[in-house]
Design a protein around this ligand. Structure first.
Ligand SMILES: Cc1ncc(COP(=O)(O)O)c(C=O)c1O
Length: 405
């Protein structure tokens, strides 16, 4: 299983825009939670493409769905609908609060649609003054100019000229700050129920309740960005399901296609009707190939056995990381929910998450970071126990190397 040796990492710097700095490893094949690079070196995958490969690599249900649809119908213009899209929208509405679905191709696009819908809804119902979007520090909502401006890291949105206006950023989980900032001019509050890129930071239940009640008081919409937390990641189909709060708009992407690009914005009929014919759209959104894969993903993920399995695997990760920490004293905390796990480095290793990631690659383990201080794991939701065990052994060796300097 060797790759094409004529294609090298060095070429990346020659032919690719330099917005990424990929590692030297070029994976060429994946199966379940194992991946092999051009040299045939094997890795255990605790990264899952950042919460995307929810069923690992080349899951037979997904390759089967892709092949079957690939031999039937790939694409249609949006002047016609298609069967896989209708099936997927029905699956999503029948398993959530939502009554209507808009399909897109990425998390950023689904969030862009959510924000535009919220603005349009407020404009139609309450007038032009009601345009304020409240969002939170460290939030990540994508890289289109609107979504990156709503995201809570100015470093990502600065340097591109004038930004979309009327966006207020507040500290996450701060009810008093929210009370002070919200008004009848607020059109929407957007948040991740568990911040991913920001460092695996859970929303407090009391904060979520305040978000909902203050939004209701001021006729603002609540948008949950479940791009990273959705589709079984936290052990529920969507993370909101284990809270007391139901959003007005929810976005999903990443795991929805298990590696095939697809995203969805979910909402109610009452809100959806404000995106009238011609107000928004996408060439590929609702593409039959992507929706066929999405249906196969939900078929496997949205059942009790898979979701219960996520919680069991979470426990294995927590136990394993605690043992490693007992031995090497590197983490101050292991946090997160389901298989969205953050191991927070203690003060001795502050800012060195990347060192752990690099050492892990050396030991044959793919992991992630969430900011400079958190090692993140978002493996397949069905990763075999044996792979968790062996992956944690590899991680322990990586930790030992970092500790030894
Ligand atoms: C919570 C959240 N929202 C949005 C996005 C953007 O998704 P995409 O990269 O598919 O545009 C991400 C990606 O990491 C995310 O974690």
């Amino acid at each position: 299983m060797s790759g094409n040796k004529n294609l090298t990492r060095a070429q990346f710097d020659e032919v690719m825009v330099p917005n990424y700095a990929p590692s030297a490893v070029i994976p060429v094949k994946g199966e379940g939670s194992r991946v092999w690079d051009q040299e045939g070196k094997e890795f255990i995958d605790f990264a899952g493409g950042i919460a995307v490969n929810c069923l690992g690599h080349c899951h037979p249900a997904l390759t089967g769905a892709l092949q079957e649809q690939g031999n039937k119908l790939w694409h249609l213009a949006n002047v016609m609908t298609n069967e896989p899209a209708l099936e997927l929208a029905t699956r999503l509405t029948s398993s959530t609060f939502a009554e209507k679905v808009y399909f897109a191709n990425s998390g950023a696009e689904a969030n862009e649609a959510a924000l535009k819908l919220a603005r349009r809804y407020a404009l139609d119902k309450f007038g032009a003054e009601k345009d304020q979007i409240i969002a939170f520090d460290k939030a990540f909502h994508g890289r289109t100019f609107f979504t990156v401006s709503v995201g809570g890291q100015a470093a990502y949105s600065d340097g591109f000229g004038p930004k979309p206006q009327s966006i207020t950023h507040l500290p996450f989980n701060d009810v008093a700050a929210l009370e002070a900032a919200i008004s009848d001019n607020t059109c929407a509050i957007m948040l991740e129920p568990l911040q991913g890129e920001g460092g695996i930071i859970d929303a407090d239940p009391e904060f979520l309740k305040a978000v909902r009640s203050l939004a209701d008081k001021h006729n603002a919409l609540v948008i949950f960005d479940e791009v990273q937390t959705g589709v079984g990641r936290t052990g529920e189909l969507f993370a909101y399901m284990s809270t007391d709060v139901v959003p007005d708009i929810l976005t999903s992407a990443k795991a929805l296609g298990g590696g095939f690009p697809i995203a969805a914005m979910l909402t109610t009929t009452e809100i959806a009707k404000h995106l009238k014919i011609g107000t928004h759209g996408s060439t590929y959104g609702g593409n039959p190939l992507a929706c066929a894969v999405g249906n196969a993903v939900l078929e496997v993920v949205n059942n009790e056995e898979t979701l219960a399995g996520v919680k069991q695997r979470e426990q294995m990760f927590r136990d394993g990381l605690t043992k490693i920490n007992d031995k090497y004293d590197v983490f101050s905390e292991v946090r997160g929910k389901g298989l969205l796990i953050g191991a927070v480095l203690n003060s001795k290793f502050e800012g060195r998450a990347r060192d752990f990631l690099v050492a892990s690659v050396g030991e044959g383990l793919m992991s992630l970071i969430a900011g400079a201080n958190v090692v993140r794991f978002t493996p397949s939701l069905v990763i075999p126990e044996a792979d968790i065990k062996e992956g944690l052994e590899r991680f322990e060796r990586a930790v030992a190397k970092v500790v030894a300097g």
